[in-house]
Ligand binder design. Structure first.
Ligand code: 5AD
Ligand code: SF4
Length: 473
């Protein structure tokens, strides 16, 4: 027997659907038949993007159309991120900017959800200082969004809900409304059990829980049928995917999806280095439709800091993974996350990070200055290094990585690469964007009807951030 998965029950799904219908009726009366409009704003990671797509699915069931402009909307929802203080300040800043809409249109509804909304301290602040926010619900209450919105609309009072079991639930049966295009996200699991000492995610997103294989496969086939060609499997730590007793582990899941018929490619994120197995790298190497790129956050090159971060691997182990992956797939690209200025980090520790970066030669990096998150273990650690000093380290890190990115990109000049043309750029000389298998950005000369097509292009030149080619030449 597969272990229970905390899926929202059929009965509860029906109940929420009824709330969607009631909201549709209420709004139809109130707006005298004019279609209500909703605006969603997403902060933070791809998991949040995927949650917003589910929220948009529910909004569609309630009869909403969509607008990008909050001032034109009847309801605006901010799906927030709590990972660093900077992300939270942006949300509070944007909330302030939205207050004028409420003054001009008292019927305008404003909701805040996501990771920030799962924290008591944030909810208290919104209650006191942002009286024009109508509805606040945490990540655990996502499946009850229709009921909460109905409560707000029918009773008129403010609604705050951050209840829910920290185990978290899995919401199946709501069709997401995705952005049009050729790239799509597909969640395979939720939550995190790792408790890295700096990270708020396990507190706001609950414990790890994996979707059923059949549900993932069915969504995957739907995406292919809808024309998506570049699909990213999502989870806070995809390597912990657990398909149950008779179900697949992550490498098996990846292989099963890659075996589906069609012209597509698969990526995944995020992988934790402690769980990145040889088996996974071998599956990547033998499946043509699995991209030869991996986002493998290392965070630091110092074993002392890695231990204090509770990462449970060493720099040497990380380098051995990179080496093994390259022995199987010489063309593989690596990207990573780095935190600079973790509490107690010394200049010597920081130099070890630089050394590791020089050894791996990442394609690109996401770099962050450590941000203290209340309630995490690191928040209680002494942190004597000044902000200015951390900024100096950070700038040095960027300089080193920019040089590496520029040098790595330059190696592609004159080579022919297969790309998927995926959108429009802002560069009039190279108006199209495309991505390689390794997720390198390629700017292309060519006409927009090529969007959605595969092409083999010869790289003319490169910069730190992109490769350049002519689609018609
Ligand atoms: N401060 C700075 N960066 C953080 N990250 C997570 N928590 C923090 C924090 N408190 C970074 C890590 C993680 C990425 C998603 O965000 O590098 O991999
Ligand atoms: Fe945060 Fe670590 Fe979990 Fe990633 S693996 S979400 S950094 S606790």
């Amino acid at each position: 027997m597969n272990k229970p998965r905390n899926e929202v029950s059929e009965q509860e799904l029906r109940r929420q659907k009824e709330y969607c219908e009631r909201i549709a009726q209420l709004l139809h009366q109130k707006k005298q038949g004019v279609r209500p409009l909703a605006c969603t704003k997403t902060y933070g990671c791809q998991q949040n993007e995927a949650d917003t797509e589910l929220i948009r699915g529910m909004l569609q069931q309630m009869g909403f159309g969509f607008t990008e402009n909050p001032a034109q909307s009847d309801l605006t929802i901010l799906n927030t991120c709590a990972i660093r203080e900077h992300a939270e300040m942006r949300v509070f800043g944007n909330l302030g900017e939205l207050s004028h809409i409420k003054r001009e249109n008292p019927d305008f509804l404003l909701a805040v959800c996501g990771c920030m909304a799962q924290q008591d301290s944030v909810v208290e602040k919104i209650k006191k200082s942002y009286p024009y926010v109508d509805l606040v619900f945490g990540t655990h209450a996502l499946a009850r969004f229709p009921e909460l919105l109905y409560d707000k609309i029918s009773r008129g009072r403010r609604v705050f809900d951050i209840s829910g079991d920290e185990q978290g639930v899995i919401l199946e049966g709501v069709a997401p409304v995705r952005k049009e295009g050729v790239r799509a996200w597909l969640s395979i699991m939720y939550g995190c059990n790792n408790f890295c000492s700096y990270c708020i995610v396990p507190y706001v997103r609950g414990r790890e829980r994996s979707r059923r294989f059949e549900a993932i496969l069915s969504d995957f086939r739907t995406l292919l049928a809808q024309g998506y060609k570049d699909i990213t499997l999502l989870g806070q730590n995809v390597n912990s995917y657990d398909g149950g007793e008779d179900g697949p582990d992550f490498p098996e899941l990846l292989e099963a999806l890659a075996a589906q018929p069609g012209d597509f490619r698969i990526r995944f994120m995020t992988s934790h280095p402690k769980d990145c197995s040889k088996k996974l790298l071998e599956v990547m190497a033998r499946c043509n439709k699995v991209c030869k790129c991996i986002h493998l956050p290392v965070q630091s090159g110092s074993d002392r800091v890695l231990e204090a971060m509770n990462r449970r691997y060493t720099a040497e182990h990380y380098l051995s993974l990179v080496e093994y992956a390259r022995s199987l797939m010489p063309q593989i690209t690596f990207t990573s996350d780095i935190i600079v200025g973790f509490p107690g980090e010394t200049e010597e520790d920081f130099e070890k990070t630089i050394e590791l970066i020089e050894k791996v030669r990442f394609h690109s990096l996401f770099t962050f200055i450590y941000s203290r998150r209340g309630g995490t273990r690191a928040a209680g650690m002494p942190d004597p290094i000044s902000r200015e000093e951390k900024q100096r380290w950070f700038d040095r890190l960027l300089d080193v990585q920019n040089r590496i990115s520029r040098e790595e990109n330059a190696k592609f000049a004159g080579k022919t690469l297969r790309v998927l043309v995926d959108g429009l750029s802002e560069d009039p000389k190279y108006p199209l964007t495309a991505r390689t298998d390794g997720f390198q950005l390629v700017l292309l000369r060519g006409s927009p009807e090529n969007i959605g097509r595969w092409a083999d292009v010869k790289i003319e030149k490169s910069s730190t951030w992109a490769l350049f080619a002519n689609l018609e030449g």
